[in-house]
Design a protein around this ligand. Structure first.
Ligand SMILES: O=C(O)CCC(=O)C(=O)O
Length: 333
């Protein structure tokens, strides 16, 4: 089916509310190749642990939505290492054609293009999130994605597109979103929230969290938010893993590191000075931005092999400064 553009009502809903949920964006079957590839990667890594004598059972028969939890019960370190392996340092671990195909999905691009009002689209930081039941480490406290980005990007629009790989429900820890609060700017965050995430303390939230929308979303749907939309995700109290992918997109006139590559990287990951001088203009310098759509400049659009090379290059390179944005630390009690 050809991509369907957003209706003017959907565009204005998104501009007014700071989010949009499209429950039936893809046929859920379209997500199967990615789910299948994830399952393969988990088995591959679990076999490595088994070969080293760290894990006795692979629990392959549990399937994607339960296998890591079963491994975690048998060998906590292996379960935790598997989650970390998939999330990766700076999103660099799970680079597969299936993931790339989701990033460049035509239906997604059509919607992003309507929301950004731009035909040329730059993709940016993205994450895979396996949220294990009853663990707590995947519960993301209140934040705006802008809290993670450089301050000079606060007034630019960057869209987060959150794609669940299972039905995202209240029980398995979907997101909560504070509507109509994205126009006020990026509020104060604190470093050192749950599992090291940034957090907006209750007194800094733009409205009472009781106003939050429970952003349930079936597999095949997607949730779109701005970089200034406060959101969090709740505990997974279900019996299965809540898998999701979050992707970020912006127009070509938002500061980015497109086309900027280190010319040399030393053994400790330090790149050449010119690279750092140029790369820090990006909203999130540690991760490579890349063009996924441009009718005017098709030569800028990159394919899968270049995407893998670029992401790997940035992952090898130490960021130019320790924090993209310094927030006060959460007080210790
Ligand atoms: O997936 C989650 O639980 C939270 C995702 C999130 O906060 C984000 O994508 O910014």
């Amino acid at each position: 089916m050809p991509p369907v553009p957003l209706t003017p009502q959907q565009v204005s809903f998104s501009h007014d509310e700071g989010f949009l949920i499209i429950p039936d964006l893809f046929n859920p079957v379209a997500l199967e190749p990615l789910r299948h590839e994830l399952h393969n990667e988990i088995n591959r890594k679990a076999r490595e642990f088994q070969a080293k004598g760290q894990l006795s059972e692979l629990h392959e028969e549990e399937g994607l939505d339960r296998q890591i939890s079963a491994i975690y019960r048998d060998a906590k370190e292996c379960g935790a290492a598997l989650v970390q392996h998939l999330i990766g340092e700076r999103g660099g671990a799970f680079l597969s054609p299936e993931m790339f195909n989701l990033i460049i999905n035509r239906k997604l691009i059509q919607i992003i293009s309507s929301l950004l009002g731009s035909e040329e689209i730059v993709a940016s930081a993205h994450r895979l999130r396996p949220k294990l039941p009853h663990l707590g480490s995947g519960d993301v406290p209140w934040h705006q994605d802008g809290g993670y980005l450089a301050e000079h990007c606060d007034d630019h629009l960057i869209i987060t597109c959150w794609v669940p790989l299972v039905d995202a429900t209240r029980e398995n820890g979907c997101m909560e979103i504070l509507p109509r609060t994205h126009l006020a700017g990026v509020v104060r965050h604190h470093a050192g929230g749950n599992a090291g995430f940034l957090v907006i303390k209750a007194e800094d939230l733009p409205t009472d969290p009781s106003q939050a929308i429970i952003a349930t979303c079936p597999r095949g749907g997607a949730v779109f938010m701005t970089n200034r939309t406060p959101h969090c995700s709740t505990p997974n109290i279900s019996d299965h893993i809540r898998w999701s992918v979050d992707l970020r997109y912006k127009s070509a006139d938002v500061p980015s590191n497109v086309g900027i590559k280190p010319t040399s990287i030393d053994a400790e990951g330090h790149a050449d000075r010119k690279f750092y001088e140029q790369v820090n203009i990006a909203c999130y310098p540690p991760e490579a931005d890349f063009v996924i759509s441009s009718k005017e400049h098709p030569e800028r659009v990159i394919g899968y092999d270049d995407y893998v090379r670029l992401r790997a290059l940035y992952t090898r390179t130490k960021p130019g400064y320790p924090e993209v944005r310094a927030w006060p630390a959460m007080p210790k009690f």
